[in-house]
Design a binder for this molecule. Structure first.
Ligand code: AMP
Length: 209
């Protein structure tokens, strides 16, 4: 099962990627999580990436392509993966195609999670992550349990979210025709409860597993 989830910031990609990974027993490969981990570890790559992330801009293609190349080479990714937040540009998608070809692998599905822009800002601003489990909550719609150790992503402030939405519309939306031309693109309505979106995704994936 090799899947790409495409969607704007706070569309629920990360939440749904975790559910699908549990269900299909494949790793979640999130360039955003990898970059945040590199930043937290204080590596040169992490510090370089942090400036772009803070501004709501994309980290240069060669940086994220290098991360993905290394990650897909790890043993657990041979069973499949859910890519969350990668690719985000057409050059990244082309590089991914070459990386997979080189390993004799093919993508199964590319799913676009569609959420109106007006909903996304509120979702991001009220989004919190449990530092210990990585679980994502929303203070209003999916409140965390009292024991959660919450953090608010540095790039989930309103002005950064707006910049990230612009970046998505200007750069990432170009991926949709790319995957449509390859016959891989499916669209899922991302408005509703997380469990409802999961049901829609599973319906698109043919409910296997
Ligand atoms: P995310 O957690 O997917 O929302 O990503 C957070 C931030 O990390 C983005 O706003 C970008 O600055 C950076 N980032 C994550 N994935 C990519 C990617 N594939 N290409 C470029 N930048 C990325």
């Amino acid at each position: 099962m090799r899947i790409i989830l495409i969607g704007p910031p706070a569309s629920g990609k990360g939440t749904q990627a975790k559910v699908l990974c549990d269900r299909f027993a494949v790793p979640q490969v999130s360039t955003g999580d990898m970059l945040r981990a590199a930043k937290a570890a204080g590596t040169a790559l992490g510090l370089k990436a942090a400036a772009f992330m803070q501004a709501g801009q994309l980290v240069p293609d060669e940086v994220v392509i290098g991360l993905i190349d290394e990650r897909l080479g790890q043993g657990d990714a041979s069973k499949g993966f859910v890519l969350d937040g990668f690719p985000r540009t057409v050059p990244q998608a082309e590089a991914l195609g070459r990386l997979l070809d080189g390993r004799g692998l093919k993508l199964d599905h590319v799913i676009q999670i569609d959420v109106p822009r007006a909903l996304l800002v509120e979702r991001a601003v009220l989004r919190r992550t449990d530092k210990r489990t990585g679980q994502i909550y929303h203070l209003k719609y999916n409140p965390p349990p009292p024991e959660a150790d919450l953090e608010h992503r540095a790039d989930d402030r309103e002005e950064t979210v707006l910049a990230r939405l612009d970046t998505y519309e200007n750069m990432t939306a170009a991926l949709l025709p790319h995957y449509e031309a390859l016959g891989l693109l499916r669209k899922v309505d991302g408005v509703g409860k997380p469990s409802e979106i999961t049901d829609r995704l599973l319906a698109v994936l043919g409910n296997i597993g």
